[in-house]
Ligand binder design. Structure first.
Ligand code: CA
Length: 376
């Protein structure tokens, strides 16, 4: 079994638009984001009409079939309205729907257009929907790169929407859900302003789902807020093992590991404090390992280089400098051979700073010296 442990949603006009044409619905376990488009108020009408088709909540029966039907209904309602009212002609909207299927421990997702769904699990964010947009199609055909797609001037042109046609093809899928997973639905006003990595960071760092939703919108505005921004975040839990309320959402580990961890938690120690102490200890351990590794490496590693006089030289340590002029290497020996007098291949062995054992490095420098007729 699985259920929604909490959700938070937020919509914002952004910094540059006069009106908010996005609409959303949160009727847990059903969540919908719609991003309308059209002249005058038509975009608002389209997105609002779309979500109205979901207002009754999830009906019984197969959730995938139900979502597909509700999307078809939304499309038909918008299409008919656009035809009966000239001021609404040509209006359309995206739609992204997510419904938690408790029994099957899955989330059913339906979408049309470029509003997206994401899942954050164990620190990894995954985009669950494929944009129905011109730019995404060009990217999939290999005509443009991922980077070019990100700031393509035509990235807001969508190739599928609710409203323009009497019938619409929605993408439907079921994704598995583990306790602790966080899902995000959003309009493109978020994703054209901030990248997936940043979205992940915000979700990971947020102290609550409310804080996550708020920060996502704030960051999109800070990045320019060129479009309306709508976000819905929700988290799922195992009803027999609920997520402690007031806990930072991403501190909750998913699935079996979370259950195991909770069973092991000792008495008389608050989970948060225990976790902080564990965190500090883990950080100290990592630092010790790093420092130890660095010390070991600076003793064990050798490399050839060129000394300040341009001669082939033997160094102990790592070929790096830390800030504040701290070198991780020491000059152990300078030969009489000028690096730039060596044949090209030999020069490379001296300048590429390959790490070697002491024996290797010593024999290489001896080899160089003997080939230059300096020693025998
Ligand atoms: Ca938009």
């Amino acid at each position: 079994m699985l259920r929604v442990s909490g959700h938070s949603e937020r919509t914002d006009v952004g910094r540059q638009r006069q009106a908010n044409e996005d609409s959303y619905l949160a009727r847990s376990p059903l969540f919908v984001v719609a991003d309308g488009m059209g002249g005058a108020q038509a975009g608002e009408v389209a997105s609002l009409t779309a979500i109205q088709a979901f207002q009754g909540g999830m009906p019984d029966g197969n959730p995938e079939v139900a979502i597909e039907r509700m999307i078809a209904t939304a499309n038909r309602n918008i299409h008919e309205q656009a035809h009966s009212d000239p001021s609404l002609a040509g209006m359309g909207t995206t739609i992204t729907v997510a419904a938690v299927d408790s029994e099957a421990e899955r989330v059913v997702i339906g979408h049309v257009g470029d509003s997206r769904a994401y899942r954050l699990r164990d620190g990894i964010i995954q985009r669950l929907t494929k944009d129905h947009s011109l730019v995404e199609e060009m990217r999939r055909r290999g005509q443009i790169t991922e980077e070019q797609a990100e700031d393509h001037p035509q990235r807001s042109i969508i190739t599928r929407a609710l409203g323009p046609e009497p019938e619409v093809q929605a993408d439907l899928q079921s994704v598995d859900a583990d306790p602790g997973d966080i899902f995000l639905l959003c309009s493109d006003g978020l994703t054209t302003m901030i990248g997936d990595d940043r979205i992940r960071e915000i979700l990971m760092g947020a102290t609550s789902l409310d804080a996550a939703a708020r920060t996502l919108v704030d960051e999109a505005n800070r990045a320019g807020g060129r479009d309306n921004i709508t976000v819905i975040v929700f988290q799922v839990e195992d009803p027999s093992n609920p997520i402690p309320r007031g806990e930072q959402p991403t501190m909750v580990r998913s699935g079996a590991s979370a259950r195991a961890a909770r069973h092991q938690a000792g008495p008389g120690r608050g989970p948060r404090r225990g976790r902080v102490v564990a965190g500090i200890l883990a950080a100290l351990a990592v630092l010790l390992i790093l420092a130890g590794g660095l010390f070991f490496a600076t003793r064990q590693a050798w490399f050839l280089g060129t000394d300040p006089a341009g001669r082939v030289a033997l160094y102990q340590g790592l070929p790096y400098e830390l800030p504040f002029g701290i070198d991780l290497y020491r000059l152990k020996y300078s030969s009489a051979v000028q690096t730039d007098s060596l044949p090209e291949q030999r020069q490379r062995a001296v300048t590429d700073h390959t790490l070697r054992s002491e024996d290797d490095a010593t024999s290489l420098i001896e080899d160089i010296e003997s080939s230059e007729g300096l020693t025998g």
